[in-house]
Design a protein around this ligand. Structure first.
Ligand code: DGL
Length: 263
C-alpha cells in the first residue's frame, strides 16, 4: 500500500539507512521503498538519463498510489532531477544532497566521497560556495563503493569493504582532511568500516538527520490521515530483475515486505 506511506526512491539500496532513521523515530508510519534497479547505477549515467529514469520510476510509483511524502534518497538523482520531480509529483518531495553545511562546522579540510556525477556537479559547487566558502574541499569519486554495497557487502562484510574503500580513503587521508561527507547514500551502509579506516581524527558526516528532520517538518504540514486507520506493512519494490535476490535480503534486513517489480 503506497497511499499514505513515506516513500523512498534510490537507484538501489542507498535509501535504506534513511528509511531506518524514519522507522526508529516514527514506527507508526508505513514506508515504501523503491530501488530503481533497471537504471542502476545512476552515478555512471548522463544527467538526462538519470532524470528520465527518476521521472519514469516516479510515474510508476504514483500509478500505484500517492505517498504522503516522496524522499529522493539519492544525491546523484537529487542534484539532477529534484526540480523536475517536484514539478510532476502529486505529493511533497524531499531531496538528499551532500551535508557540506554540517562539515563546514567541523575543523580542517573537507573531503567529499560521492559518485562521479555528484562530485563534478555544479550543484555541489553551489553548496560549497554557500556553506563552506574559502574552505579546502577535496572531492573523490567512488562508484566502485556503490557497486560493492549493492552487490557484495552482505556477503563480503568488513574484509571486502576494507579492500574496496582503501584507494578512495587513502586519497582523502593524504589530503589530511578533518571531515568526510558521505555524499552518496549507499556509503552509509559501510560507515563503520569507513570510520575505522579513517581513524578517530576524521569525522564522518552524512545527511540522515537533515533529511529525516525535513521529512518530519513536511509531515506536520501535509494533510493528516486517519490515525485509527490500519497501518499497511512497509513494502520494497524494484524496477528491474537485476540483483533481486540481494534486494530481497536487504528488504528483509531492513524490515520491508517484498513486493517485487513495480510495473
Ligand atoms: N545512492 C546514489 C547517491 O546517493 C548513487 C548510486 C548510483 O550510482 O546509482 O548518489
Amino acid at each position: 500500500m503506497i497511499d499514505h506511506s513515506i516513500a523512498f526512491l534510490d537507484s538501489g539500496v542507498g535509501g535504506l539507512p534513511y528509511a531506518d532513521w524514519m522507522r526508529q523515530r516514527r514506527p507508526d508510519l508505513p514506508l515504501t521503498y523503491v530501488a530503481d534497479s533497471a537504471s542502476f547505477p545512476y552515478g555512471e549515467r548522463e544527467p538526462d538519463d538519470v532524470k528520465r529514469a527518476v521521472l519514469q520510476t516516479a510515474v510508476k510509483l504514483f500509478d500505484q498510489g500517492t505517498p504522503r511524502i516522496l524522499v529522493l534518497a539519492c544525491n546523484t538523482a537529487s542534484v539532477v532531477a529534484l526540480e523536475a520531480l517536484r514539478a510532476m509529483a502529486p505529493c511533497p518531495v524531499v531531496g538528499t544532497v551532500p551535508a557540506i553545511k554540517s562539515a563546514a562546522n567541523l575543523a580542517g579540510a573537507i573531503g567529499v566521497l560521492a559518485t562521479s556525477r555528484t562530485v563534478s556537479s555544479s550543484y555541489l559547487d553551489g553548496l560549497v560556495e554557500d556553506f563552506a566558502p574559502g574552505r579546502q574541499v577535496h572531492r573523490v569519486a567512488a562508484g566502485d563503493i556503490v557497486r560493492f554495497v549493492e552487490e557484495r557487502w552482505l556477503d563480503d562484510g568488513e574484509d571486502g569493504a576494507r579492500e574496496v574503500l582503501g584507494p578512495s580513503l587513502a586519497q582523502l587521508k593524504q589530503e589530511g582532511v578533518g571531515s568526510v561527507v558521505l555524499g552518496c547514500t549507499h556509503f552509509i551502509h559501510v560507515m563503520n568500516p569507513i570510520e575505522k579506516e579513517l581513524g578517530s581524527g576524521v569525522q564522518v558526516v552524512d545527511s540522515r538527520d537533515g533529511v529525516g528532520r525535513r521529512v518530519l517538518d513536511v509531515l506536520k504540514e501535509a494533510h493528516q490521515v486517519d490515525e485509527n486507520a490500519e497501518i499497511a506493512p512497509s513494502g520494497f519494490w524494484v524496477t528491474g530483475n537485476a540483483l533481486q535476490s540481494m534486494h530481497r535480503r536487504y528488504a528483509q534486513l531492513h524490515g520491508f515486505q517484498w513486493e517485487g517489480p513495480l510495473t
